[in-house]
Design a protein around this ligand. Structure first.
Ligand code: CO8
Length: 264
């Protein structure tokens, strides 16, 4: 049964009851364009409202990449109104994912930097493929930009303050064994077992009564969400003024150029 089949996201129900799989489908690297973010929020809302579903596995339809993170072309050479609209969409997705009533499991079979990593960190459990190309982390400083406080909070909540401090300052992208050791992911498995592992982990989470699990999740995560809700507009203004700076625009342009040159 197809739940949604947009261009940039596919969501389908599994034969197994209550579980859907959502796959990013924005080639070549599943960058989080405004369109993808919008579609993602709508699909998630549909799943939340459809009481048939209790869990979602997030994965990718693009080989080698889970998601390259925020779409740099949405943050370069645009006007302030666009930056504000884009940032609001990024916030909205994070808010919905982080407090989702559904069990979210990330099945990661490819590179998972920055915004891609953030999405995985909103999940309840992360399974990573044992492949050296599967680097995961918040690498913002490498681009000359700064992970906002709610990216930081999400990481601190996952790996603790000291490890997050080091990872954020150095913009570390962890290979699988290190990602597991630091607690960035919960399990590393051979690439061909990522989906099946995600499914069997899901079965474990499904065994818990929903109301008890949901209230516990809410208790653990709500203070972090409230921090952003309290200053959501200010956070948008901060982003717009930061990203509009000439020096930041220059850094991002150079980074994009470097990505393109890598090919040639
Ligand atoms: N946005 C837009 N385009 C991208 C992005 C991106 N994030 N990443 C890659 N691309 C483009 C490349 O420029 C290239 O374009 P073209 O085909 O025109 O040359 C195309 O996608 C393919 O890229 P690669 O050849 O690099 O693909 P590979 O499969 O070799 O590598 C990787 C895939 C590993 C994902 C690699 O592309 C990569 O490292 N990408 C950059 C990842 C990254 O650093 N993302 C950070 C984004 S910023 C973010 O998410 C949080 C920002 C928080 C904001 C804070 C502000 C205050």
């Amino acid at each position: 049964m197809a739940l949604a089949s947009g261009m940039r996201l596919s969501a389908r129900a599994l034969l197994r009851p209550w579980v859907a799989v959502m796959k990013f489908k924005n080639p070549p690297v599943n960058s989080l364009s405004l369109e993808l973010l919008t579609e993602f929020v709508i699909s998630l809302e549909k799943l939340e409202n459809d009481k048939t579903f209790r869990g979602v596995i997030l994965s990718s339809d693009c080989p080698g990449v889970f998601s390259a993170g925020l779409d740099l072309t949405e943050m370069c050479g645009r006007n302030p109104a666009h930056y504000a609209e884009y940032w609001k969409a990024v916030q909205e997705l994070w808010l919905r994912l982080y407090l989702s009533n559904l069990v979210l499991i990330a099945a990661i079979s490819g590179a998972c930097p920055a915004g891609g990593c953030l999405i995985s960190l909103t999940c309840d459990y992360r399974v990573l493929a044992d492949n050296p190309k599967c680097l995961i982390g918040l690498n913002e400083t490498l681009l000359g930009i700064i992970a906002p406080f709610w990216f930081r909070d999400t990481l601190v909540n996952t790996i603790g303050h000291r490890a997050a401090e080091r990872a954020l300052q150095l913009g570390l992208l962890f290979p699988p064994a290190e990602a597991l050791q630091v607690g960035m992911v919960d399990q590393v498995v051979p690439e061909d077992q990522v989906q099946s592992t995600a499914l069997s982990v899901m079965a474990q989470w499904m065994a818990i009564p929903d109301h008890a699990r949901q209230l516990t999740k809410n208790m653990m995560r709500k203070p972090t969400v409230d921090r952003l809700l309290k200053q959501r507009d200010a956070d948008i203004q901060n982003f717009v003024s930061f990203i509009s700076r000439d020096s930041i625009q220059k850094s991002l342009q150079m980074y994009l150029e470097k990505l393109k040159q890598k090919k040639g």
